[in-house]
Design a protein around this ligand. Structure first.
Ligand code: PLP
Length: 394
């Protein structure tokens, strides 16, 4: 059985030129109830959500992404971008800033939580406002491109912190910027000698794959190493158009990884996660993280229990290539950082050994070597200085 990548015919009243233009897709985004009614038969609940959610959290989707949805109100892709009254209900846990990013916000637009890497929020605009967004406190206020003064302040911050080895462009969606704006950001960061890696976190290959052009791919390649982190959540998002976009970046020498979020009623089943992961891997995209959904305001109906997430991971273990297996990760609320979760295979431990029961039931013991064989690598001093710099130690 060969993997299929489907293509969705564009609506017949539009030309190929319009449909395949990313700026057309953004300019013709669906924002209002009236826009959505042209594409969907809205339920009474959805209509109520449009009325009641005014000003709470922005609503937007691209025509391309709307076109992937099925008429069923329970359709997983529709749930990702269609407002519902459930977002307005109080949850078990509802934090406006679930990651405590405001605590780790030394200057505007920079989040510095881990010593060696920062997030740089270059725009607050997304082409689709995912209803479970973790950054509702920031996204969708349409401030567009960062102010010149904030841009320079953010760069100064990175420049004056030599422990920062990686800058993660986020937002908002950095690929909603024009090529020239994006190139300005990338080239300015590249001028800082101690920044080794640039990451671009984007949902554009999912919701607007026409954004990925040869010109964009060349820009990303020019400032290498630039890693692109996509956010596919469901196998039906990996269309033929998305596949071509992903392959174009990879063919230009740009590594692409994917971060998904486990979402109730969208992808919380091992059959869906494996289908997504194998399709991505076939496009040479490495599934990286499978996130536990953050308790942002109005997201309780999207969250899985930790036990459900662990059960999905456990069922995949042993049946899905390590290349296709994302790491289950949870952000500790209020800025605690990430914890990765893994099935517990240990059934016994003592000071010399541990005993494990593997994924298919094999029980065996791993015995440690003798303590007195332990030695430190002879050349460690050559690497100690850079490590101390990153950790802030002398
Ligand atoms: C997730 C995150 C990162 C990146 O973490 P990785 O484990 O390297 O992918 C960096 N900074 C912040 C604030 C984050 O939340």
């Amino acid at each position: 059985m060969k993997l299929q990548f489907i293509t969705h015919p564009r609506p017949s009243n539009l030309t190929d030129q319009e449909w395949n233009s990313w700026t057309w897709q953004l300019q013709n985004s669906l924002k209002s109830q009236a826009d959505f009614e042209k594409n969907f038969e809205l339920t009474e609940e959805e209509k109520k959500a449009f009325r009641d959610s005014q000003g709470v959290f922005n609503i937007r989707t691209t025509p391309y992404y709307a076109n992937l949805c099925r008429p069923d109100p329970k359709d997983p892709l529709r749930r990702i971008m269609m407002p519902t009254v459930m977002e307005l209900e109080d949850g078990q846990q509802a934090l406006l800033d679930p990651l405590g990013e405001k605590k780790n916000n030394p200057v505007s637009r920079i989040i510095h939580r881990y010593s060696d890497r920062v997030l740089f929020l270059v725009t607050d605009i997304c082409s689709v406002y995912c209803r479970y967004c973790t950054r509702k406190h920031f996204t969708g206020q349409d401030q567009a491109f960062i102010k010149e003064s904030e841009f320079h302040q953010a760069l100064d911050y990175v420049r004056s912190h030599p422990e920062i080895r990686e800058v993660i462009l986020s937002g908002g969606d950095p690929l909603t910027l024009s090529d020239s704006h994006l190139e300005k950001v990338l080239s300015s960061i590249r001028e800082i000698d101690h920044v080794e890696i640039i990451r671009v976190g984007t949902r554009m290959p999912v919701v607007c794959p026409m954004r990925v052009t040869p010109e964009l791919s060349q820009i990303l390649r020019k400032y290498a190493p630039v890693f692109v982190m996509t956010h596919f959540n469901h196998p039906r998002e990996v269309t033929l158009e998305a596949k071509q976009a992903l392959e174009m970046m990879v063919d230009h020498g740009v590594p692409v990884l994917n971060q998904m979020v486990l979402l109730n009623g969208v992808n919380n089943h091992p059959a869906i996660v494996q289908a997504l992961s194998r399709r991505l891997l076939a496009c040479r995209v490495k599934p990286y993280y499978m996130f536990q959904c953050d308790p942002s305001e109005g997201s309780d109906h999207f969250r899985t229990s930790i036990e459900d997430s662990e059960a999905i991971q456990r069922e995949l273990w042993g049946h899905l290539s390590g290349l296709a297996m994302p790491t289950l990760s949870l952000d500790i609320p209020n800025g605690g950082g990430k914890v990765t979760l893994a099935p517990n295979f240990e059934i016994f431990r003592d000071s010399e050994s541990r005993t494990y029961k593997g994924w298919d039931g094999v029980v065996e013991k791993y015995v440690n070597p003798s303590e007195n064989l332990r030695q430190t690598p002879a050349d460690v001093s050559e690497y100690q200085t850079e490590w101390n710099l990153i950790r802030g130690k002398n």
